[in-house]
Write a protein that binds this ligand. Sequence first.
Ligand SMILES: Nc1ncnc2c1ncn2[C@@H]1O[C@H](COP(=O)(O)OP(=O)(O)O)[C@@H](O)[C@H]1O
Ligand SMILES: [Mg+2]
Length: 467
Amino acid sequence: MAASAAAKVHEVREITRIERIGAHSHIRGLGLDDSLGPRHVSQGMVGQLSARKATGIIHAMIKEGKIAGRAVLLAGQPGTGKTATAMGLAQSLGQDTPFTSMAGSEIYSLEMSKTEALTQAIRKSIGVRIKEETEIIEGEVVEVQVDRPATGVGAKVGKLTLKTTEMETIYDLGNKMIDSLIKEKVQAGDVITIDKATGKINRLGRSFTRARDYDATGSQTRFVQCPEGELQKRKEVVHTVSLHEVDVINSRTQGFLALFSGDTGEIKSEIREQINAKVAEWREEGKAEIVPGVLFIDEVHMLDIESFSFLNRALEDEMAPIVIMATNRGITRIRGTSYISPHGIPLDLLDRTIIILTLPYEEKELKEILKIRCEEEDCEMADDALTVLTRIALETSLRYAIQLITTASLVCRKRKGTEVSIEDVKRVYSLFLDQHRSTQFLKEYQDDFMFSESPDQVPSTQPMDVA
Ligand SMILES: Nc1ncnc2c1ncn2[C@@H]1O[C@H](COP(=O)(O)OP(=O)(O)O)[C@@H](O)[C@H]1O
Ligand SMILES: [Mg+2]
């Protein structure tokens, strides 16, 4: 069951691949050197040095794989790179560590309860590394010799001569093996493996020494080296699957096809208990180990008190992942209560959380980020235009300035220009309002709008939720 799920690609990578130029597609890692020191500009990451260094330490902790059930909070104003940092961490962790990314609001799905949604997210973030050792025979075929009984009936017997660069052995063949050799069309010069447990034959290709017979073999042929060393080898195969994948495959109502449709629905708790027991057994026998991964909950203030309490409890589980949260909230109400708490997170959860702050960028850093985004969006921009755009980022927001890149480049293309100029940037700046100017406009003309409230109820420049 593990093998079929192993092919599944991790969530985050899938998403970045689809959004070729998504908001964070320029980020390829945390940009740290070997001693976890942040390079000023590296792997698409700019500045925010101490937050990146701190995240680098978290990375090292995760890679150690020994600790789990910790919570980290990335806190800072909108547009200070919280989500970007988490994506950088996901990239630098690589394939083998599960990383699940969700927004706090995702738990309010109609298809399953909030706790089920959280449980699935948690179990997607825990990997099970399953080790299997198999014995194989690997060699180049020197000769296949099959003797048919003179009467034409009865069992066939035969001999298979295999060699490596160092040795050559003759194996006696039984009926079944002869049939598989014939079925696989194995002939002298092929390099093959035979699984000793199952007898399965696998043709790896033609030996290079036979490359001269090329004309006779056709252009589809793959040439491989004659294997070295012993003919018999032990080979270890390792798959990493998430606990959630194991759950889905084993829940009878779903079957593994659910993995492809993504439509998994709720999973019964008995199934999870059985899986936990099975995995514990595999661990005892040394067949499997747990790889605690990362659950990233962006906009975590969107969780309500019940979810926070569930999360708090889940962190105490032996197989808990590391939970990384991000929020742009200050001291505010916890959703679902009238209590006020820092970041809108209950104190008992905050108490077990380490907090990484992200700070507003300086002009130089904004310029660097915008430059990287221009490259990412294939936009040539004149240096003075970039300087103006940087000023805009400083006075409005980084996100707004990033939005202007593609729009300005379209305006430039329309006038058949090759490089975005100051004029193009000014043009889009006046065409598209930032939030501050828009609010200003609403305040001035609010009487003309439907459903307007009194002027002091119009939100100030305090930003709303941003992803
Ligand atoms: N240090 C950084 N290096 C490179 N790009 C960044 C950095 N910080 C933010 N960005 C980019 O700026 C935009 C806004 O940042 P984001 O991570 O969404 O902010 P937050 O999540 O803190 O509100 C995104 O496109 C992000 O990729
Ligand atoms: Mg964000």
